[in-house]
Design a protein. Structure first.
Lengths: 202, 271
């Protein structure tokens, strides 16, 4: 069994990652999300997207501490982050705005809060589309460079998340602290790759 | 909550109140915490009575109002009003209270008085949100109205909802209701009312002046920087796919009663 789990983890972890969404929909239809279910639903989906993005970013720094191969879960967590971000946007447009395209259009033109969230999603899109073996082989070294966009997406999503509250609070402080920590933890890797590139030039 | 002797007041129209469980379970009252269910779950240590409401400043006859006695009086009117939160959701609430104008007239404002300043209560031992390091709000919560807004017959000091005295989470024992303005203008648990000739500071304006103005009139044409105010989610459905959205009305539907207060004023600048 444990051998099967090790080889076929994707079959178990992908459905597991979808459970929060299923649970939220079930709660939403059964009075579990309170007086303003749409608001709680869309915020929770956004938070799950951000959580998976943070887990994805945490895997490389954590890898240095464990013998177990964590890096192979980056595709899983990254795709789940993208999936929840898409659901988050869909909930906003369909359930909250109820397809009022005029409001959505003005959001996209005028509101930094919304624009930042959309930009984060836009950065995740090419990453999700190229999260497969075929793209990795085709893009070769470019694949790695492309996937550094995940840091940009995380920063944009972090600001969007911070702006979704009226004031600083425990939740936003916690998640922004985690994001800051992860960016700092990645600092040495980024720095060494910069140095390598500089040193490699004649 | 104790039952009140109320009689129907004007302006209620044909509104159907939101079910009570939503009105008493979904509140913004940062003194008790920042989540919507914090006020109902963290306000049981708050003891609103006995309570004295002071009315002073630029008045000829300062007043000290015994709110406990007011709760027993037969002057209390029922007013069913729309409540539009600045966060783009709305309810319909049957308030029980007395017009603010009645109290202000008894105090006889000086002719130089132009504004009314309101101040809420500071009791960190009973209000856990006041000792939280977060939020950045400096207590007490303060609000303000222009004197003519305060004297408008719609403006109410509420002591109850649904025919009973206010639950703690809704602002016991006495709170302001200004139905054509966003909900945050409705300062809760009021201790002091002061008449003044200068525009008083208001809590949310101090915190984020580009997002929350002094007037805070409900206006579907003036958006919040982060979201549209053109329409609102209607609180009252417990299901995700049953939630309705409706257009927001100018002055929250009270244009007829209050539009004159703002004739000639640029409502985009004075948001």
């Amino acid at each position: 069994m444990s051998g099967f789990v090790r080889r076929q983890w994707a079959f178990i972890l992908y459905p597991l990652g979808l459970l929060p969404a299923v649970w939220l929909v079930w709660q939403g239809q059964n009075g579990g999300l309170g007086a303003d279910p749409v608001n709680v639903f869309e915020r929770s989906l956004g938070l799950w997207a951000f959580r998976f993005l943070l887990i994805c970013l945490a895997l490389a720094p954590l890898q240095r501490m464990v013998r177990f191969n964590l890096l192979r879960f980056r595709r899983l967590t990254g795709l789940l982050a993208f999936f929840y971000a898409v659901l988050h946007l869909a909930a906003y447009v369909a359930l909250d705005l109820q397809f009022d395209i005029r409001i959505f259009g003005r959001d996209l033109m005028h509101r930094p809060f919304i624009i930042l969230g959309m930009a984060a999603l836009a950065l995740l899109l090419p990453l999700a589309l190229t999260s497969n073996r075929w793209s990795m082989m085709r893009l070769k070294r470019g694949w790695k460079r492309l996937h550094r966009l995940v840091y940009g997406a995380a920063v944009l999503a972090g600001i969007h998340f911070f702006l979704s509250f009226k004031t600083l609070n425990r939740t936003s402080a916690l998640y922004l602290g985690l994001l800051g920590l992860l960016l700092v933890a990645r600092g040495p890797l980024v720095w060494s790759s910069v140095r390598r590139r500089v040193a490699g030039r004649p | 909550a104790e039952a009140l002797k109320t009689h129907p007041g004007p302006y209620s129209g044909r509104l159907t109140p939101t079910p009570e469980e939503f009105v008493t379970g979904y509140n913004n009252f940062y003194e008790f915490g920042m989540e919507k269910d914090d006020p109902v779950s963290h306000s049981s240590d708050f003891h609103p009575l006995p309570w004295t409401l002071e009315i002073g400043g630029m008045v000829k006859k300062p007043q000290r109002l015994d709110v406990g006695a007011l709760l027993k009086s037969s002057d209390i009117e029922e007013r069913i009003y729309r409540m539009r939160c600045v966060e783009a959701w709305s309810m319909v609430i049957p308030w029980d209270g007395i017009p603010l104008a009645k109290l202000l007239q008894a105090a006889e404002p000086d002719s130089a008085a132009k504004y009314v300043a309101f101040e809420s209560v500071v009791r960190p031992s009973e209000m856990p949100g006041q000792s939280s390091a977060f939020s950045g709000i400096s207590w007490p919560y303060v609000e303000g109205l222009r004197l003519d807004e305060a004297m408008n017959p719609l403006t109410l000091l509420a002591v109850g909802i649904y025919g009973e005295s206010l639950p703690n989470q809704n602002g016991a024992p006495i709170r302001l209701v200004v139905p054509w303005k966003y909900g945050f203008k409705g300062i809760k648990s009021i201790q002091r009312i002061r008449l003044t000739d200068k525009q008083p500071p208001t809590t949310w304006n101090r915190l984020a002046p580009e997002e929350y103005g002094f007037y805070a009139n409900v206006n579907p044409q003036v958006d919040h920087p982060r979201w549209s105010q053109a329409s609102e989610r209607v609180i009252g459905s417990k299901t995700l796919f049953g939630t309705k959205r409706q257009p927001t009305l100018m002055f929250n539907g009270y244009e007829e009663q209050v539009a004159d207060l703002y004739r000639g004023m640029n409502l985009h600048d004075n948001f």
